[in-house]
Design a protein around this ligand. Structure first.
Ligand SMILES: NC(=O)c1ccc[n+]([C@@H]2O[C@H](COP(=O)([O-])OP(=O)(O)OC[C@H]3O[C@@H](n4cnc5c(N)ncnc54)[C@H](OP(=O)(O)O)[C@@H]3O)[C@@H](O)[C@H]2O)c1
Length: 272
């Protein structure tokens, strides 16, 4: 497994996304992923599955220290008091003393960013998390956050896959030493029928999903694909035994289009 290094954090390049996984099946997928070699799990307060993620972690038998676990604070908990309380509640649900990475899930313009980052940093200083970061932050917001955060930020988790150009956000992350963690890294399964990825895949004996994930990891980006199927758990992590050429990397980047974004809510910031 490769790692993406950022401001003191070592983030395993492939993690398991858990959005929309719930109940016993969620615990089972987390357990199976860890048994298959995953060492990075991504959850969030809003996914309503922190309890099951914690159960899966314990059932796997993998040492806690070997796992990189991320959770995210929902935007309704961004005042300092709410943030601390909600993180402690997350830890109760996870039945863990701390997580490895705690993210602000989306920007929230209704609470001053300095206050929220102060509370996030305080959570780190209290030992509730090893690292802190943000998610869905634009270039302007990254710059503000880096300026305002008392503790270093280690990542910005954003949508990134071949259909969405994230050159500007990547450059801002690089400039400030933040890792980019790609969510919806296989475009929620849309890559499955992509002819370009399939053709490149034939040359390497890999699937479109594997080509897509390799393309991300080869840019020093971490990716957190989600699946509920065991065979796909293995497929999505089996990307470390081949390399894409520069021409193939460019061909995949050329798939980006202005309509490529999949996640856009009314409360989203004005994207770059
Ligand atoms: N920070 C944020 O705001 C944010 C937003 C969205 C997502 N996320 C995180 O990012 C994670 C991943 O993003 P995502 O869940 O939106 O989408 P994704 O990982 O890009 O795609 C998941 C979909 O792809 C299918 N799939 C998985 N492996 C496949 C393969 N090898 N071949 C073909 N299809 C495959 C899955 O179906 P099966 O289950 O049937 O395999 C599922 O329908 C989330 O689970 C969550 O942890 C964060």
């Amino acid at each position: 497994m490769l790692f993406v290094q950022a401001n003191g954090a070592r983030i395993p390049a492939i993690g398991l996304g858990t959005w929309e996984l719930s109940g016993r099946p969620a615990a089972r997928v987390v357990e199976q992923a860890l048994r298959l070699g995953y060492r990075h799990i991504d959850t969030a307060q809003i996914y309503n599955n922190e309890r099951e993620v914690g159960d899966g972690l314990r059932a796997s038998g993998v040492r806690r220290d070997d796992i990189f676990l991320t959770t995210k604070v929902w935007t309704s908990h961004f005042t300092p008091y709410d943030l601390e309380r909600s993180v402690k509640e997350s830890l109760v649900r996870l039945r863990l003393p701390s997580v490895d990475l705690l993210l602000l899930h989306w920007p929230n313009p209704h609470v001053p960013l300095a206050e929220t980052l102060g509370a996030l940093s305080h959570a780190k200083r209290m030992g509730l998390t090893r690292h802190i970061g943000v998610s869905n932050f634009t270039v302007a917001l990254i710059e503000q956050a880096v300026e305002l955060s008392p503790e270093p930020l280690v990542c910005n988790q954003v949508e990134y896959h071949p259909y969405l150009d994230q050159t500007k956000v990547r450059a801002a992350c690089d400039q400030h030493g933040l890792a980019l963690v790609a969510y919806s890294p296989i475009a929620r399964g849309r890559i499955k029928s992509d002819q370009t990825l399939a053709a490149i895949g034939r040359a390497h004996r890999k699937s479109p999903a594997q080509i897509c994930l390799r393309w991300l990891v080869q840019q020093n980006v971490a990716a957190i694909p989600r699946t509920s199927r065991v065979e796909r758990l293995s497929e999505n992590i089996d990307i470390f035994d081949f390399e894409l050429t520069d021409a193939e990397m460019a061909e995949i980047a050329a798939l980006a289009s202005p309509k490529g974004r999949l996640t856009d809510f009314g409360f989203a910031p004005k994207w770059d």
